[in-house]
Design a protein around this ligand. Structure first.
Ligand code: DQA
Length: 137
């Protein structure tokens, strides 16, 4: 089973960025452990701060992979383009957020992805990605 985690803007700074909200672990460290935990899954990771690169990656994997775990970060709340890409592909997408976006500012309550996602998981810290991965098993 082939699954990719796609992270959007500023998530390359996990561990350094607002640790009170996003925790103190880098995604790379977390991802190594996730791969060990789910060793039966072929798990990949891609991060970009650029909207078009995220759309290109969705097109590239969205007709052949078994699952996509997408944390589009701030683009979740702004990007019609990423929302349309999720709608256009065949591979099921789980939308993930580290923080509880509904307990934060109003603009974070809106998602252009959720309506086309298979499911949405948020508010469990990095464990949100564990839960999303497990949902594909
Ligand atoms: C986030 C929540 C977004 O609102 C924010 O812009 C992020 C991270 C999360 O994982 O909690 O960058 O997607």
């Amino acid at each position: 089973m082939k699954i990719i985690i796609i992270n959007g803007p500023n998530l390359n700074l996990l561990g350094k960025r607002e640790p009170d909200i996003y925790g103190s672990h880098s995604f790379e460290d977390y991802f190594s452990n996730l791969k060990l935990k789910f060793s039966s899954i072929d798990l990949e990771y891609f991060q970009s701060n650029i909207e078009g690169e995220i759309i290109d990656k969705l097109h590239e994997v969205g007709f052949s992979y078994d699952g996509i775990i997408l944390n589009a970060a701030a683009y979740t709340h702004t990007s019609v383009g990423i929302g349309d890409a999720v709608k256009a592909i065949n591979t099921p997408v789980i939308e993930v957020h580290i923080s509880n976006v509904h307990a934060r500012e109003e603009f974070r309550h809106k998602s252009y992805i959720a309506a086309s996602a298979k499911g949405v998981i948020f508010g469990f810290g990095l464990k949100s990605y564990d839960l999303a991965t497990e949902s594909f098993l």
